[in-house]
Ligand binder design. Structure first.
Ligand code: NAP
Length: 320
């Protein structure tokens, strides 16, 4: 198999922690160039802008975007216009309408567009989906709590409109939820806490109904100190399924479900899974764009009551 040349756009935390190692381990892709304002990756050709890359490298057919959502659309559109396949970090854009526009353009041009949800590739998500498939879901309790100062130091874009605030991690929970539940859910209400100096929320509670009434509550917090909670507890007619550590660990009625050969998972396996899926999509020139997690977030903003929270000062920005 000949590896497909790919370019990475935006060499920040997730590009360095996950995309570059996953591409290095992939037989399907060859990292051929980067687009980076800060120099890119040693030994890899770098361009200042997506337009410069597209002009100089017609031999690169696929482009993967790791930039913040607010600056994703123009570059992704330019790539599709130039006939390149596109992969997008989560969330796939700053708004639903811009992702719809990219989806239409990809279809019109006969190109692959992959809106990724890395948490759906966590180790226990497929097993959870399979176990829940024939169950009656009685309730879902999501706890998504982490310390933004530890996990997102210096990422000012998270606090600017379109950066999602606490929904930047919470959308991962919603991506798992919409993947594993055998029923559709919709947001019915929320309380969102906005620091008085930020444009996005830092904490909140979100409620969703299933087909027969109230089903999901989510308690989300970006100032949670200590070990993070990335957990969903799903009560069913046949027992309680708990997905922990962002979908890595599954328990049923308190009993671990990891069978023989199961390895302690890290987020890394999720990115191997994403690039394997992108390779599949390229092989059939098809797209995968499931916007349900983003719809739940957008509806939480639409229906949520806005409450004031104390100012948030990022200590890492104060130090710099
Ligand atoms: P980050 O560390 O801030 O990196 C984003 C990079 O994008 C920057 O380093 C910069 O790279 C480039 N960039 C271009 N225009 C920018 C602008 N106007 N403002 C800031 N950066 C700009 O963010 P990240 O954590 O990697 O997150 C990027 C995306 O990945 C987000 O959508 C996030 O939700 C998603 N994600 C993050 C994580 C995580 O754990 N951090 C996990 C999964 C997914 P150059 O200097 O190279 O241009």
């Amino acid at each position: 198999m000949t590896a497909t040349k790919i370019a990475l756009v935006g060499i920040g935390k997730i590009a360095r922690d996950q995309h570059i190692p996953a591409l290095a381990a992939s037989d399907a892709f060859d990292l051929a160039a980067t687009v980076s304002r800060s120099g890119g990756v040693e030994g890899i050709e770098n361009y200042e802008t997506v337009e410069a890359l597209l002009e100089a490298r017609p031999d690169i057919p696929a482009i993967s975007y790791c930039t913040p959502p607010q600056v994703r659309y123009a570059g992704a559109r330019a790539a599709l216009v130039a006939g390149r396949h596109v992969m997008l970090e989560k969330p796939p854009g700053a708004s639903l309408s811009e992702v719809h526009a990219l989806q239409s353009l990809a279809a019109e041009k006969g190109l692959s567009l992959f809106a990724t949800w890395h948490s759906r590739h966590a180790a226990s998500v497929p097993a959870a989906k399979a176990w829940l498939a024939d169950k009656v879901i009685r309730s879902v309790k999501i706890d998504w709590k982490e310390d933004v100062r530890v996990w997102h130091p210096g990422q000012q874009w998270i606090w600017e409109a379109g950066g999602l605030g606490i929904f930047d991690p919470t959308i991962n929970a919603f991506s798992i939820l919409t993947e594993i539940l055998p029923v559709e859910v919709h947001v019915t209400g929320a309380e969102l806490r906005f620091p008085t100096n930020c444009e996005t929320p830092i904490a909140g509670e979100i409620r969703m109904d299933g087909p027969d009434g109230p089903l999901v509550t989510a308690d989300v917090d970006f100032l949670y100190e200590g070990d993070p909670f990335w957990r969903q507890i799903i009560e069913t007619d046949a027992g309680t399924l708990t997905l922990n550590q962002g979908g890595a660990i599954m328990e049923i009625d308190g009993g671990a479900q990891q069978g023989e050969g199961w390895e302690e998972p890290g987020i890394h396996g999720e990115y191997d899974g994403l690039y394997a899926r992108f390779a599949d999509l390229l092989a059939t020139t098809s797209s995968e764009v499931d916007l349900r997690p983003m719809v739940l977030v957008a509806d939480a903003f639409t229906l949520g009551k806005r409450l004031d929270a104390p100012e948030f000062i990022d200590p890492t920005l104060e130090e710099s």
